[in-house]
Design a protein around this ligand. Structure first.
Ligand SMILES: C[S@@+](CC[C@H](N)C(=O)[O-])C[C@H]1O[C@@H](n2cnc3c(N)ncnc32)[C@H](O)[C@@H]1O
Length: 281
């Protein structure tokens, strides 16, 4: 694939890229070695084209001298795209199956704490969608529960946008107008999430590779994040995820992501096509 007239990502060798990767690791702790290299190289080639730096060496100096460019590169590699109720059918399974069962089981055990983690939540659409579902499912009894929805991402600017909670109409492709107006306040061309939906959501900058996980979870959602990681990094992350989920708790991955073979016996499959699993051991 051509990125410019005379520079493609094939021109970037593993050896040449190591200086830039090392610089980024020292500066931010973010380790690009854990990500699939063709994808990383493609993003670098695109930034070389956009910054008019002629090759990897001059681009590396440009990044070292320009913090703004470092942020732009990392944003491109981590891809912050999301939307409300993305993959609507899967959210129906969460509503009628997973979350309903969690609530039922909590009531049976007289346990009022529900803990959910949206890891790699980008700009917050995913955790707010979960908050809306729980608000609807707990109608009338929400005061009997303590709901904690942890919303984390490695990208600081994505988390700032999640906290701001203001979205353009494209984020609502899978939501109808009545629902949008029930949970958002229109302000000019944007829609801002209402306080009662924001209240159970707790944000943080967290790197699923380097940082400790959030634990004691009833549901862990990590969609469209692991697909960018190398196999060995995925395995290391799954180890943390397995530890973090309660016995009987759920894991929901992205459509293009799968449970590694070594964890297949630790989880039952709840929905094969939407990659929803339940921890059994
Ligand atoms: C395509 S978005 C997915 C958003 C949401 N989960 C969804 O499916 O709609 C991928 C997100 O993963 C985040 N991400 C990438 N690497 C990460 C890491 N090591 N730790 C935490 N988040 C990461 C990116 O910053 C980005 O916001």
């Amino acid at each position: 694939m051509k990125e410019t007239n005379n520079f493609t990502y094939h021109d970037i060798s593993d050896k040449d890229i190591s200086l830039l990767i090392e610089y980024i690791k020292v500066k931010t702790t973010f380790d690009l070695n854990c990500y699939k290299m063709p994808c990383v190289k493609r993003c670098i080639a695109r930034r070389i084209a956009s910054t008019d730096t002629k090759d990897l060496r001059s681009y590396t100096s440009f990044v070292i001298n320009n913090e703004n460019e470092l942020e732009k590169l990392l944003s491109l590699i981590t891809i912050e795209f999301s939307s409300f109720f993305r993959n609507k059918d899967a959210f129906e399974i969460l509503r009628s199956g997973v979350l309903s069962e969690i609530i039922e089981s909590k009531r049976n055990k007289n346990n009022n704490l529900i803990r959910i983690w949206s890891a790699g939540c980008a700009t917050g659409e995913e955790p707010y969608s979960i908050s809306i579902l729980l608000f609807e499912l707990l109608a009338g009894i929400i005061d009997q529960f303590t709901v904690r929805i942890f919303a984390t991402d490695v990208d600081k600017s994505s988390i700032s946008k999640a906290i701001e909670g203001s979205y353009i109409t494209e984020s609502f492709k899978e939501m109808d107008n009545t629902t949008i107006h029930r949970y958002f306040i229109q302000a000019n061309s944007c829609y801002k999430v209402k306080d009662f939906i924001r209240k159970p959501v707790f944000y943080g900058v967290q790197d699923i590779i380097n940082d400790p996980p959030i634990s004691h979870l009833d549901l862990l959602i990590c969609r469209n994040v692991l697909m960018y990681l190398k196999k060995e990094s995925q395995s290391a992350v799954f180890k943390k995820f397995h530890y973090a989920i309660n016995q009987g708790g759920y894991l929901y991955l992205g459509k293009a992501e799968t449970l590694p073979r070594e964890y297949e016996t630790a989880f039952d499959t709840v929905d094969r096509s939407w990659k929803i699993y339940r921890k059994i051991k």
